[in-house]
Design a protein around this ligand. Structure first.
Ligand SMILES: [Zn+2]
Length: 169
C-alpha cells in the first residue's frame, strides 16, 4: 500500500472513530471513540462510557476490543488495526498488547496519561513479547478540538449551575 493510500485510509477510519466519540459526548462522557478494522471492515467499535456504566474500565478501546473479540470469536484479535481519537492510557495499551492487535492509530496525544509515547510506550516495550505498529497524529487537530470543546462546554455548564444556585439563595 502506498503511503498516500495508507494516510487516506487512516483518516477515513479516524473520522469513523470521531463519530463514535460524538456518541460519548451526547451521554456527557469524555468524547473518545475507537474502531477496530480488519481487511477494511469494521470488526469492533466502542466509545467511552465509564460514568454511565459506573466502570473505570469503560474506555473506548476496551469496548472496541471486547466487541471485536466476540465478533471474531477469538480472545486474540490478530492482524487488526485499532483507530482511537485519543492516545491510549496504560490500561488500554495493555489490552491492545493482550489482544495482539497489529497496529494502533491515534489522533490526539495525551501528555498526562498517554502510554503510546507520551509518558511511556507500552506498545513497543522491549521487554514485552508483542510489539504493535504505531501511527500518531492522524486528524490530531479534529480529535483534540473535540475533547477541548467538550471540557469547555462542561466548565460553562458548571459555572451556569453555580450561578443559578446562588441566585436562588
Ligand atoms: Zn484507556
Amino acid at each position: 500500500m502506498s503511503d498516500l493510500h495508507q494516510r487516506q485510509q487512516d483518516e477515513y477510519w479516524m473520522r469513523y472513530a470521531l463519530s463514535l466519540a460524538d456518541r460519548a459526548s451526547q451521554l456527557a462522557e469524555v468524547p473518545v471513540g475507537a474502531v477496530i478494522v480488519l481487511d477494511n471492515k469494521v470488526i469492533g467499535e466502542g466509545y467511552n462510557r465509564s460514568i454511565i456504566d459506573v466502570d473505570p474500565c469503560g474506555h473506548a478501546e476496551i469496548m472496541a476490543i471486547q466487541d471485536a473479540a466476540k465478533r471474531v470469536n477469538n480472545y486474540r484479535v490478530l492482524d487488526a488495526t485499532i483507530y482511537v481519537t485519543l492516545e491510549p492510557c496504560s490500561m488500554c495499551a495493555g489490552a491492545i498488547v493482550h489482544a495482539r492487535l497489529k497496529r494502533t492509530v491515534f489522533g490526539a496525544a495525551d501528555a498526562k496519561t498517554g502510554c503510546v509515547g507520551s509518558i511511556m510506550n507500552i506498545l513497543q516495550h522491549p521487554s514485552l513479547n508483542h510489539q504493535v505498529d504505531i501511527a500518531s497524529g492522524v486528524l490530531a487537530d479534529e480529535c483534540s478540538t473535540q475533547i477541548s470543546r467538550f471540557f469547555k462546554a462542561r466548565r460553562a455548564s458548571i459555572k451556569a449551575e453555580k450561578k443559578a444556585k446562588q441566585a436562588l439563595q
